[in-house]
Design a protein around this ligand. Structure first.
Ligand SMILES: Cc1ncc(COP(=O)(O)O)c(C=O)c1O
Length: 435
């Protein structure tokens, strides 16, 4: 390892940047260095402009450094950045009020004292366990619920669990509604939602018989942008009601307009008992997360689910501004219109580029499969396309959790039709050049 040398007789400064700084990262970052961002574009130190088709980490609802977010931060930072979350503050109160106005039916309580989406999901499971007295959790194959020790096991991919010898017990993973690659080899028209019916078997034969919650993303994001078939979430809701199990929606990716409605719960017309959120509420990247719960689920003491960075005053002020912008007339209509336009154009691309398979999504939560000549998932080529995207001025991400063959198209929700066309034109050129 390189050690920076100080002149003889002086002490090396602790703040002096090492010229090989990447060797000091716990694991090496990408070679790309970001400089600044504006709207849907990120500018690199390389002097180039990239259209970000992944909204950062699917969290830049309002794009990079939205001017109203920047202004809000400036104003709020001068007033109050943080206060212990046991006290009230204007931004946090305003956020709780705004969230309770937009919450899906029946979700009347807001908990903001989470430090991340993973943390919010853990709080949801704690609430479910506390309320039901039951230990087990049902989650879906390919689901991504976070990276804490408990959430890597609640998530539905073995590769996340593999390095760790100890995990959260009591999680039962069940097949997800991935209709184009159905686990049960069914056709949607005739399946009768077998994947929901079979959850009963998993409860009866694979769990302890005492299940606290079913937790899932309404659209499985990292799992391959898997959109559930009509009636799936309704059927799961009924199953949970019949069996006395709480239904938890992880809306950390789908929340705050991503699917063309405030929440995916609204898109699909199903309310969970608990809804977790994070990512997009931060507008241009402020860290904020939490959960909404039904009235009767209160009762857990704060010290069981609070975090120092939770209910952060500065982040809450930005979240209030973000919600205000999302609720403006035309905002969600634009998400639906631009999303539908991109879906149409991707459908045309799929007709011209044989390796593009199923294109699916809602609003601006879109994914497209990349397959080999036999129609099998082609993760190698998918990764190649995502990497080559940079040459075409595009930032693209792929599905890690699924078969690794889904290119995700989840741009900032402020995207215009012109920018959507630019995105699709760039994809077209990428696909034409990539073979
Ligand atoms: C659906 C979903 N749930 C949970 C998480 C975890 O959120 P965080 O990274 O804020 O802990 C993520 C993050 O990627 C996510 O996409």
């Amino acid at each position: 390892m390189h050690v920076s040398m100080a002149p003889a007789g002086t002490t090396p400064s602790r703040t002096e940047p090492a010229d090989d700084v990447v060797n000091h990262f716990y694991y090496p970052p990408d070679d790309f260095e970001a400089d600044r961002g504006e709207g849907v574009y990120l500018y690199g130190k390389d002097g180039r402009r990239y259209l970000d088709a992944s909204s950062g980490t699917f969290n830049l609802t309002l794009g990079y450094s939205h001017p109203e977010v920047v202004e809000t931060i400036r104003e709020q930072a001068g007033e109050l950045i943080h206060v212990t979350s046991k006290f009230q503050s204007k931004p946090v109160n305003a956020l709780v009020a705004a969230l309770s106005q937009v919450a899906p039916a029946g979700l009347t309580r807001v908990h903001l004292k989470s430090s991340s989406g993973s943390d919010a999901n853990e709080a949801a499971i704690k609430i479910a366990q506390h309320h039901t007295g039951n230990p087990d959790v049902i989650s879906l194959f390919r689901g991504h619920l976070g990276q804490t020790m408990a959430m890597i096991n609640a998530s539905g991919a073995a590769f996340r669990r593999a390095p760790f010898p100890a995990q959260l017990p009591g999680v039962v993973h069940v097949p997800d509604p991935y209709c184009v690659r159905c686990f049960y080899r069914q056709q949607r028209e005739t399946c009768g939602l077998l994947c929901v019916e079979r959850v009963n078997d998993f409860i009866d034969y694979a769990s302890s018989g005492r299940v606290a919650a079913v937790i899932l993303e309404p659209i499985s994001g990292n799992g391959g942008n898997v959109v559930p078939p009509d009636g799936y979430l309704q059927a799961l809701r009924e199953l949970c009601d019949e069996r006395g199990i709480l239904l938890v929606f992880d809306e950390i990716q789908t929340g705050f307009g991503r699917t063309g409605h405030m929440f995916a719960s609204d898109t699909f017309g199903v309310s969970p008992d608990i809804l977790t959120f994070g990512k997009g509420l931060g507008g241009s990247g402020m860290p904020i997360a939490g959960l909404l719960t039904a009235e009767h689920l209160t009762g857990l003491e704060g010290h069981h689910i609070n975090s120092t960075f939770g209910a952060n005053v500065l982040a809450s002020s930005v979240a209030v501004k973000t919600l205000e912008i999302i609720r403006r007339p035309g905002f969600l209509e634009n998400v639906r219109a631009v999303g539908a336009h991109i879906m149409d154009r991707l459908g045309e691309l799929a007709a011209r580029h044989a390796f593009i398979g199923d294109v699916r999504g809602r609003g601006l939560m879109i994914g497209m499969e990349v397959n080999d000549a036999d129609g099998h998932p082609d993760p190698g080529f998918t990764n190649h396309l995502a990497a080559r995207g940079m040459d075409h001025g595009l930032l693209l991400r792929t599905s890690l959790y699924g078969f690794g063959n889904v290119l995700k198209v989840r741009p900032p929700l402020i995207m215009t039709m012109e920018e959507a066309d630019e995105l699709c034109d760039r994809l077209d050129r990428l696909f034409a050049d990539a073979l």
